[in-house]
Design a protein around this ligand. Structure first.
Ligand code: ADP
Length: 474
């Protein structure tokens, strides 16, 4: 089976968030299962363009086991970091990219059975394939699978995007929201035209069929019934293993996590100018966007915020994140306000090393996402023995077990969130035996990508059967 995996990021070559983790590792696990899989990503001007995904599985000759990467470069596009793009620039460059993926197949002489598309950036490829490419007799049948990693980002764009993608306007549903002259919902078009759609956790696959979580696409998604599934993401334990993690100063496993985490905590406290002590430390590694529930932590300026209540409790909080200006300002303000306490630190950057240290040093990991398609950070935190406090939604509900491997709250409001944080803090401070048991439960959980890869292989087979069945019946 031949698969072309398309995404706008793939770690470690270029990473913005969880999609980068998945695109950079899932293909390697699928390759191990015998899929001839190749990756296509933008040829950003500032990245090193390795010919293969680093870290091929052992036990096979190089080349056979490696995942080749195709980079698509353009003199005007992909010269800026993703979060610095103006919306219009993003639409344009991804319209070009979506088209170029298919236009490049003859050059690569690679004819996949399935093009696996990820998120809105490449969703138009499904439309182009169906309406233009598939009509060309020289083109073998190619199925499309669209994975939605986050329904909140739909690429609602201006009409020029279609011209750039080589599509006539009549092929797409026009939204006519038009005050800002945007009328094409790229993700929606991808959903309509793809042969199969999946998302990244079973709970989120159900949630997006409701008004509350459907972001305006719930009815369209209901139309995909039978061709809409959820496959839980996983993490790559080759990169995220506290026992072997090269980015972690003090490595540890199930038998010595107290000592390892304690040493990492002291190091983190020292490097950030926090008071050096053994009090609980709460960590957060996140994109700073509304979805991630930063508002729940910071409050609305009336009364004491949850963050201040945690500090009053005697615990410390470290937040690492980049994203929207408003959150950066609020967090920076809070850092200045709490400076004297030496209990709060905010780092506004993307820093892989620091992220590993926060997972390895913290006792508790905060992830109060409003919604969460899957979430990898809570899985990483559990692996590193940092117990997550999460909102019971999407992939968080599928991965965290309340009272066993973490803590969840159901009603999305500050007191509920704080109640669970308090429960975690009290347990951590008063019942080391139970706390230790929970930490070990969490570290033992199996979120390996091998499992996800096996499910994707099964899904690929289903998609191909559907496509072939349809072809025969045509
Ligand atoms: P999302 O994909 O919505 O951003 P996930 O939890 O699925 O959220 O994945 C986030 C990934 O990005 C994790 O690997 C996390 O450690 C990483 N990450 C997020 N922000 C930063 C940052 N500022 N520095 C380093 N890593 C980060």
């Amino acid at each position: 089976m031949k698969v072309l995996f398309a995404a706008y990021e793939a770690a470690p070559i270029y990473k913005v968030g969880g999609l980068g983790d998945i695109a950079g590792s899932l293909p390697r696990f699928l390759k191990k299962l015998g899929v001839d899989i190749r990756l296509v990503i933008p040829g950003y001007s500032f990245i090193e363009k390795a010919p293969f995904l680093p870290g091929s599985p052992r036990g096979k000759p190089a080349g056979q086991a490696q995942v080749p990467i195709y980079y698509l470069s353009h003199p005007r596009y992909f010269r800026k970091e993703h979060h610095l793009l103006e919306e219009k620039e993003a639409w344009e460059q991804f319209a070009w990219f979506s088209r170029q993926i298919l236009a490049s197949l003859p050059d690569w002489d690679f004819w996949p059975d399935i093009v696996h598309l990820n998120d809105w950036h490449v969703a138009l490829t499904a439309v182009i394939l169906k309406h233009r490419f598939a009509k060309d007799d020289r083109c073998p049948p190619i199925a499309t699978l669209l994975t939605i990693h986050n329904l909140a980002y739909q690429g609602v764009s201006g009409p020029d995007i279609l011209k750039l993608a080589g599509l006539e306007k009549s092929l797409c549903r026009v939204l006519r929201w038009d005050r800002e002259n945007r009328d094409i919902d790229v993700l929606m078009e991808g959903i309509i035209h793809a042969d199969w759609v999946n998302t990244v956790s079973p709970t989120y696959a159900r949630e997006i069929l409701t008004k509350d979580y459907g972001y305006g696409l719930d009815e369209i998604l209901k139309g995909k019934e039978g061709k809409l599934t959820g496959v839980l993401n996983g993490i790559d334990y080759r990169l995220w293993d506290p026992q072997k993690d090269k980015l972690l100063p003090h490595r540890y496993g199930l038998t010595n996590w107290q000592a390892g985490k304690g040493a990492n905590k002291l190091l983190l406290q020292k490097s950030l100018g926090l008071a050096g002590n053994k009090r609980p430390l709460l960590g957060m590694v996140t994109r700073l966007v509304e979805q991630k529930g930063i508002d729940l932590l910071l409050g609305d300026g009336r009364g004491k915020s949850i963050l201040e209540q945690i500090i009053n409790f005697g615990a410390q909080v470290v937040v690492l994140g980049q994203g929207e200006k408003a959150y950066i300002q609020k967090l920076s303000l809070m850092e200045r306000k709490l400076k004297k306490t030496k209990k709060f630190s905010f780092l506004n950057r993307f820093d892989e090393g620091l992220a590993h240290l926060i997972y390895g040093a913290s006792d508790i990991f905060l992830m109060p996402s409003v919604f969460e398609p899957c979430g990898l950070a809570q899985m990483i935190a559990m692996r590193y023995g940092s117990l997550p406090v999460v909102h019971r939604t999407g992939g968080l509900a599928d991965t965290v077990k309340d009272g066993m491997t973490g803590f969840w709250f159901t009603k999305y409001d500050p007191p509920e969130f704080f109640k669970r944080i308090q429960a975690a803090l009290n347990l951590c401070l008063t019942d080391q035996k139970k706390w230790g048991k929970m930490v070990e439960n969490a570290m033992r959980e199996d979120f390996s990508l091998e499992k996800s890869a096996r499910e994707y292989l099964h899904l690929y087979q289903q998609v191909l059967e559907l496509k072939r069945g349809r072809k025969d019946g045509e």
